[in-house]
Design a protein around this ligand. Structure first.
Ligand SMILES: [Zn+2]
Length: 432
């Protein structure tokens, strides 16, 4: 991605010095009475207020924005979302079987028009900005929306074009060619497109292989749902079960089943690599943990979606122990159950809070990294987003905070309410 930003938001002067009660860079320890110097779309300096103020000449005074009692941190990185489905929020109660949910979803999608999807995408993007996300890895099922929807939001968007092809029985090479043609026509200063072969069960082994080869050649990230349900695990591991039978009836050539776990299906296709975002990865065997770690695959966990489907416990401890990069995502609102307290909205803070409740032994710092730094690493954007450091994009958010700096991480994870400010690429997405 290049540096310019097409969103017609308000850009402060070339230089702006932001001051906050606490600056929480995530990549380095928090700073009491801190400051961040932004130059155009990048962070130039981070440090204590006195140090930065002393360094700067007097004409800078008018470019100081004192954010007061706030904590200033990197904008959150949502490592998995489906903006297309935002307005399907609350459509279905949690299903008994994963395949029932897929069937419901396919029927609903067939009823939706282009404008339904466009509105849904735009509404979802607005929810993300309001809740502190500055970069999203989004799965795009309606590529015709691009690039128009990109220009409706200040967000940094990686749109992973969804590829399937079981029911259509189209030639995998043709499916991929169509996606690449779309990607090639999409030059954009702030957003970019990549590939998402949907899941091992909804694609052919050949399509997975072609995607892996193309992603390597073009250095494109790849997002793929994998090992999400028990039925998917059974399909690939045992070559049987409800999902196996259902897909067989729908014309899938299941000769690639019964050979190993769903993750091993990706490995055989050559998809497991540093540029791979493995979405969900709920059902893994012992060799899968080693495989994920060896190949440098990132795993994206979506706590509220996980809860909706009532999957077995997410193996976060085993993943951390194996040194796998674990990130957090919101998934779509179609797989979030309203809980009565929080309005149904895409919100990575809500995901962090549920994750913290399920994993009280993990520190708030660890959880915050999963929603920032780790997502940046997964997208090949380490040092660019997900942290406040010299040379990174000026993607920053400020939250009301009047506590002690030592308590900032906990306050961030438990945050609810309205942001004080959000800046993306040096422009205000939410002005203070
Ligand atoms: Zn998904």
């Amino acid at each position: 991605m290049s540096t310019a930003n097409t969103w017609p938001g308000s850009r402060p002067a070339d230089h702006v010095l932001l001051r906050a009660r606490t600056v929480f860079p995530v990549s380095s320890p928090p700073i009491d009475n801190g400051a961040v110097l932004v130059f155009r779309d990048r962070v130039a300096l981070v440090g204590p207020w006195e140090n930065l103020a002393a360094k700067l000449a007097s004409p800078m005074a008018e470019n100081v924005v004192d954010l007061g009692d706030t904590v200033l941190l990197p904008g959150l990185v949502n490592a998995h979302c489906h903006l297309d489905y935002t307005n399907m929020a609350g459509s279905w109660p949690p299903p008994k079987k994963f395949t029932d949910w897929i069937a419901q979803m396919l029927a609903a999608k067939a009823e939706w028009s282009y404008s339904d999807y466009a509105q849904s995408w735009i509404d979802g993007a607005r929810m993300l900005v309001q809740s502190g996300v500055t970069t999203v890895a989004d799965i795009e099922t309606v590529p015709e929306l691009l690039p128009d929807v990109w220009n409706t939001t200040p967000l940094r968007v990686f749109s992973f074009l969804e590829l399937t092809g079981v029911r259509s029985r189209r030639d995998p090479a043709e499916i991929l060619y169509e996606a690449l043609e779309k990607i090639d026509g999409l030059g954009h200063p702030r957003c970019a497109a990549a590939l998402s072969p949907h899941a091992p069960y909804s694609t052919s082994a050949e399509l997975l292989r072609l995607c892996a080869r193309t992603a390597r050649e073009r250095k494109l990230p790849v997002a793929v749902h994998v090992a999400e349900s028990e039925q998917e695990f059974e399909m690939f591991f045992a070559g049987s079960g409800e999902m196996f039978e259902w897909l067989k009836r729908n014309g899938r050539d299941n000769s690639d089943c019964g050979l190993g776990t769903p993750l091993q299906q990706l490995e055989r296709a050559g998809l497991t690599s540093k540029s791979c975002l493995a979405i969900h990865a709920n059902y893994l065997d012992e060799t899968d943990f080693i495989l994920l770690a060896d190949r440098g695959v990132s795993v994206v966990h979506c706590p509220r979606s996980h809860q909706y489907f009532q999957h077995q416990r997410f193996p976060v401890d085993r993943l951390i122990q194996a040194k796998v990069n674990v990130c957090l995502g919101t998934d779509s609102l179609a797989t979030v159950t309203p809980n009565g307290e929080q309005p149904l909205a895409l919100n990575l803070f809500h995901e962090m809070q549920l994750f913290a409740r399920s994993n009280p032994h993990l520190s708030p710092e660890t959880i915050l990294k999963m929603a920032s730094l780790n997502g940046a690493r997964a997208m090949g954007m380490k040092g660019q987003i997900g942290e406040v450091s010299g040379g990174a994009f000026a993607d920053l958010i400020a939250l009301p905070f009047s506590g002690k700096t030592a308590d900032a991480a906990e306050a961030i994870v438990n945050f609810s309410g309205a942001l004080t400010a959000s800046m993306i690429g040096g422009q205000w997405a939410i002005a203070p």
